[in-house]
Design a protein around this ligand. Structure first.
Ligand code: MOS
Length: 749
């Protein structure tokens, strides 16, 4: 089945926020934001701006009828700044005008005086000053102190990974319209419609039932719209509700880059201890997460770092701690992988360091420590259906790893201006929201009396193809043609109290709920068909829009059956609820079984470094990926390739830069390099791992959104190996992204 959005996207017919046909007299919103990273607002002068014709109103915190608070996990984030500002880009006022250009004119005329306070931009600096959000977390397994005494080798080092801009093609935005009886409808580009509904209710001081949030689709999310679509939707709703006028607000790219948080930069350090036969006996790491000026999702992101701190390896003694550090940057937020990549990079760095010092390859250490069946992770989850070794071995054999290494070695012997490097990257990523109560979803299915079907779930389509997967489930269960099923928008009045579309879990959670709803209807229809055909219910099945009895066609069509069921007053609609079974986690002891299953895979990455210029290309990336039993191979391959590109971007080129005043320097696509078609390998090969699949995954088709991003980590180490081939004196560094500038410096270090 094709991605159902392909046709509309290619023809430019798909609707995003900015494509909605707005009502007459719709007003345009614009945020006035803090020019300073930290300070006390001495004076805010709106008079000149307010006098411009066409400016309807400029909202400040004083206009908020409810609570000026949008913090999700911790209530530490005002919608509009009051006395103090905490980052450049923090919203202070919301201008509403009859046109966009008038709003811009007004913004330029707002005057502000700020008494500046010290600015902190680095995580460790914040930690030293005790600016920690929430409580630090520590996962403990075995006893690392004792274990280090038994180690033949011990190494320590510092690690840095930078942030990452989401760069969703569609910038943040929302459209709010007043509806009858003082109610409000908000169309938002959010991954979390319920989050938006809740925040609006709080800020306006009204019930959630007054607010309808609708999501058509997102032009990309990547985590950037999990929590951070909320402020814009809330501002739009605030203005619309108070003015009783439709209000639209879509951020321009520069405002979006400046005002929104990104992937968390991490400053970390590790200590790794190995035995003579290269077993990792003990591993310690401290992660200093740059959370930005408010909690946002940082505590949850921090937690996932600890869950993935040993990647796909078994380590008997582990002690890892994470600190969410409050700095004067925009609040950093969810980004594909959600802290997992930051954790996994550190243990891969530790392995690279150990290998380099001992004089073996990273591969030897990686291989000696891969997770085996029934191994335990540092938080107590016992690993079953472990595919770490199988994906590793499949990659080595299928892609003839030995031959690839030989080619690299031979090339390096014969060439001096160019050097090649090769690296292996195994991944192991847990599926489920780590916050157990969030693992649920609902679906609403209507079979209309002509036999066609409408589906609503909590799943938000953001380009990942989840709607196509939902459609497939209905098509398959009802055995009707795809054009007879419609995916409705994601709407809080049809499916309420939703978890955001995130954590790679959207298809699993919503798909399982949808399957349950479809099966309930099918059950009733089978009874009706059996009665009509005077056969036993067990003999009835549906195929190609026909009722089959004992595997043979009957005369009864799907359409006729639905008409009969309608006359017999059988319910043709169903709402189903799914909550992931078996998962649990106890934060008081930091132990449990938080993941319904893990996704595995292994990537082999080869690169060629130009040793005169410090530039590099990737020759080939070969991946064995654990899809389970993919229900949609095209969509899943798209997710692997897209995530891989994003991972390579994070590791090798995307360099977020703030100055020491907290101003974003990489504030345009001329100063922030994202991967393009030339950044990706000439050759990409992805083959599915042969497995029996996992019952916890929808139709045994495993979650695919986030895990493949971490294959990109291999790109970093492939480049390191190429540098080493050129410059034997090169001291490995773990400071991502490995930009051409850093490569050049390293070649001649
Ligand atoms: Mo995703 S990073 O869980 O929105």
């Amino acid at each position: 089945m094709k991605n159902i959005d392909s046709y509309g996207h290619v023809r430019g017919e798909s609707l995003f926020i900015d494509d909605i046909n707005v009502q007459q007299n719709t007003l345009l919103g614009l945020v006035f934001d803090s020019p300073k990273a930290h300070g006390i607002i001495k004076k805010l002068d709106l008079t000149e701006a307010e006098q411009i014709e066409g400016v309807i109103k400029i909202f400040t915190y004083k206009d908020i009828p409810g609570e000026n608070q949008i913090g999700g996990i911790i209530a530490d984030e005002p919608l509009l700044a009051e006395k103090e500002v905490h980052f450049v880009g923090q919203p202070i006022a919301f201008i509403v005008a009859s046109s966009d250009s008038i709003a811009k004119k007004a913004r330029a005329l707002i005057k502000i005086e700020i008494d500046e306070l010290p600015v902190i931009t680095r995580a460790k600096e914040a930690a030293e000053k005790k600016h920690i959000i929430g409580t630090p977390r520590t996962f403990n397994l075995g006893n690392t102190t004792k274990a280090f005494d038994k180690c033949a080798f011990i190494f320590e080092d510092d690690v840095f990974t930078n942030g990452q801009e989401h760069l969703y093609l569609e910038t943040q935005g929302a459209y709010a319209v007043p509806t009858e009886n003082n109610c409000i409808k908000v169309t938002s580009s959010t991954q979390g419609p319920t989050q938006v509904q809740k925040a609006i209710a709080k800020v306006l001081g009204i019930g959630m039932h007054i607010i309808e949030v609708d999501v058509i689709r997102l032009g990309g999310g990547f985590g950037g719209k999990e929590d951070q679509a909320t402020p814009w939707a809330t501002l739009t709703a605030l203005a619309s509700y108070l003015l009783k006028k439709p209000v639209k607000f879509v951020l321009n790219r520069h405002d979006d880059l400046r005002m929104t948080g990104k992937r968390h930069p991490y400053e970390s350090n590790f200590k790794i201890g190995l035995s003579k036969d290269l077993k990792i006996i003990a591993f310690e790491a401290d992660f200093y997460q740059n959370a930005g000026a408010a909690a946002d999702l940082s505590p949850a992101v921090a937690e996932r770092t600890l869950f993935h701190a040993t990647n796909s390896y078994f380590v008997e003694n582990v002690k890892t701690s994470v600190y969410s550090c409050r700095t004067n940057l925009p609040p950093n937020t969810a980004f594909r992988g959600f802290g997992g990549p930051q954790g996994m990079f550190v243990i891969e760095a530790a392995i690279a360091k150990a290998a380099n010092e001992i004089g073996v390859t990273s591969k030897e250490i990686q291989e000696a420590n891969l997770l085996q069946e029934n191994d335990v992770l540092s938080f107590g989850q016992i690993m079953t259906q472990t595919e770490a070794t199988s994906s590793w071995n499949t990659a080595l054999q299928n892609f003839n790893y030995k031959k690839l290494v030989k080619q690299v070695d031979e090339f390096n012997k014969e060439n001096n201006d160019y050097k090649k490097g090769i690296a292996l990257m195994p991944i192991c990523f847990g599926i489920s929201f780590t916050n157990t109560p969030m693992n649920h979803a609902r679906a609403l299915v209507h079979v209309y009396q002509d036999g066609t079907v409408g589906i609503s779930t909590a799943a938000v389509e953001m380009g990942q193809g989840v709607n196509t997967k939902m459609l497939q489930i209905a098509v398959q269960t009802f055995a009707i043609a795809a054009d007879k099923v419609k995916l409705e928008t994601t709407n809080t009045t049809r499916v309420a109290n939703t978890s955001p579309s995130a954590a790679s879990a959207t298809a699993d959670l919503n798909g399982k709920a949808l399957l349950k709803a479809c099966l309930a209807i099918v059950g009733r229809l089978k009874t009706a068909a059996a009665e009509d055909l005077k056969v036993n219910e067990e003999e009835v099945s549906f195929q190609n829009e026909l009722v089959y009895v004992n595997g043979k066609k009957s005369k009864l069509t799907w359409k006729a059956l639905i008409s009969k069921a309608m006359l017999a007053r059988i319910a043709l609609s169903e709402k189903a609820h799914y909550a992931t079974p078996e998962i649990h986690f106890d934060k008081t002891i930091e132990k449990g079984h938080p993941f319904s299953y893990h996704v595995y895979g292994t990537a082999i990455i080869t690169t060629t470094v130009d040793c005169t210029r410090g530039t590099y290309t990737f020759d080939a990336i070969k991946i064995v990926h654990d899809y389970g039993k993919s229900m949609s191979e095209g969509i899943d391959l798209g997710q692997v390739e897209g995530a891989l590109a994003q991972g390579i971007g994070w590791m090798t080129m995307e360099e977020i830069s703030y100055d020491n005043k907290g101003r974003l320097l990489s504030n345009a696509l001329s100063t922030y390099k994202v991967p393009d078609i030339f950044s990706i390998a000439d050759e990409i090969e992805v083959i599915p791992l042969e497995t029996t699949g996992n019952e916890m995954a929808i139709l045994k088709s495993k979650a695919v959104g986030e895990p493949p991003l971490m294959y990109g980590i291999g790109a970093y180490f492939a480049i390191q190996n190429a540098i080493k081939a050129y410059n034997p004196d090169y001291k490995l560094k773990f400071h991502a992204p490995m930009t051409p500038e850093k490569v050049l410096m390293s070649l001649y270090q």
